[in-house]
Design a protein around this ligand. Structure first.
Ligand code: BV8
Length: 272
């Protein structure tokens, strides 16, 4: 049984990647229409690229930020929000809407011991839009920009903030810029303490829509398995770390995940 044992429920940690947002119309990174098509990772998703060619990087992210205005959560995002409300136990405050990274780290720590924690590699806002609250966006969020001098993080999604040809200047320093609040290659992912806290305690790790190419996220399945968790994968095709999973469900997440969640919630009903 996935989520019931005598003496209370199990702890479920979920990790998602670009594949869960594919059916909302957002391209994945390594599919033929992948995000990186036309752009080498090194050209757009590293701090060096930002220094070398800030116009190219800014344009790449401004187009993706603008794309958020025209996409909706799909049944896979909604299924995870249903699962969260059925099994989580802690009350969780709202995520900060601006401020410094410490405030987000505090927020993520506050629910890292809950029975449901959702870690996403995605930088879109579809999990929050679907109602997921116990969410750690470890690679940042497109909706936010960060001042490269003061570190202040601000949600900036109004029309005037989305112009691909126009930088937004730092409010604290002459000549400074607001940068995408995104973890680039070579930068430390966010929320790692809360993530490892949740992984060490997980009874089940559910991984959805990721190739397992990028680390440290690609290694989470090994961490969870080493701590005795049951590992379950939902993916369109077998990823490079397929051998690490106890259970694999291949197919589009928007089809596979809702029926799996229905099954698990029915078990929960019977068990309770
Ligand atoms: C770091 C923001 C140090 C940018 C991203 C070993 C250990 C540690 C580091 C490394 C290591 N080896 C290499 C590294 C360095 C590097 C790395 O991993 N490089 C790769 C290229 C090998 N990692 C880093 O630099 C990281 N930082 O390590 O700091 C550290 C670590 C820990 C503690 C302290 C310090 C930072 C990496 C973050 C980079 N930023 N995102 C942006 O989005 O613009 S990564 C970006 O690419 C995404 O966020 C995502 O994580 C990744 C893409 O992966 P996926 O999401 O899996 O997408 P992909 O297209 O690959 O796969 C989609 C999958 O979905 C496929 O399997 C497909 O079959 C499936 N699918 C498609 N459609 C569907 C579907 N499944 C279901 N339904 C569908 N419909």
């Amino acid at each position: 049984m996935l989520l019931r044992t005598d003496g209370g429920g199990k702890r479920l940690v979920v990790l998602t990647g670009a594949g869960i947002s594919a059916e909302s119309g957002l391209p994945t990174f390594r599919g033929d229409d992948g995000l990186w098509a036309g752009h080498r990772i090194e050209d757009v998703a590293t701090p060096q690229a930002w220094i070398r060619n800030p116009e190219l990087v800014w344009r790449f992210y401004q187009l993706r930020r603008r794309a958020l205005l025209r996409v909706e959560p799909n049944p896979a995002h909604i299924a995870l929000a249903r699962l969260e409300s059925a099994i989580s136990r802690m009350t969780v405050g709202d995520a900060p809407d601006s401020g410094y990274l410490e405030q987000w780290e505090e927020h993520w720590e506050s629910f890292s011991n809950d029975r449901f924690v959702l870690i996403t590699q995605n930088v879109d806002d579809l999990h929050s839009a679907a109602g997921s609250a116990r969410l750690i966006p470890m690679h940042g969020q497109l909706r936010f920009l960060r001042c490269e001098h003061s570190g202040v993080i601000i949600e900036m999604m109004d029309e005037q903030h989305l112009d691909p040809d126009c930088f937004i200047l730092s409010s604290v320093r002459e000549g400074g810029l607001m940068r995408p609040h995104i973890v680039w290659f070579g930068e430390q992912p966010f929320g790692m303490h809360a993530i490892y806290n949740a992984l060490y305690k997980a009874d089940v790790l559910l991984v959805v829509g990721t190739s397992g190419h990028v680390y440290p996220a690609g290694g989470f399945v090994h961490e969870a398995a080493a701590n005795g968790a049951r590992t379950i994968l939902v993916n369109l095709e077998a990823p490079q770390n397929a051998e690490a999973f106890d259970e694999i469900h291949l197919g589009p997440a928007a089809d596979v995940l809702p029926s799996l969640v229905d099954e698990w919630l029915a078990e929960l009903e019977q068990g309770s």
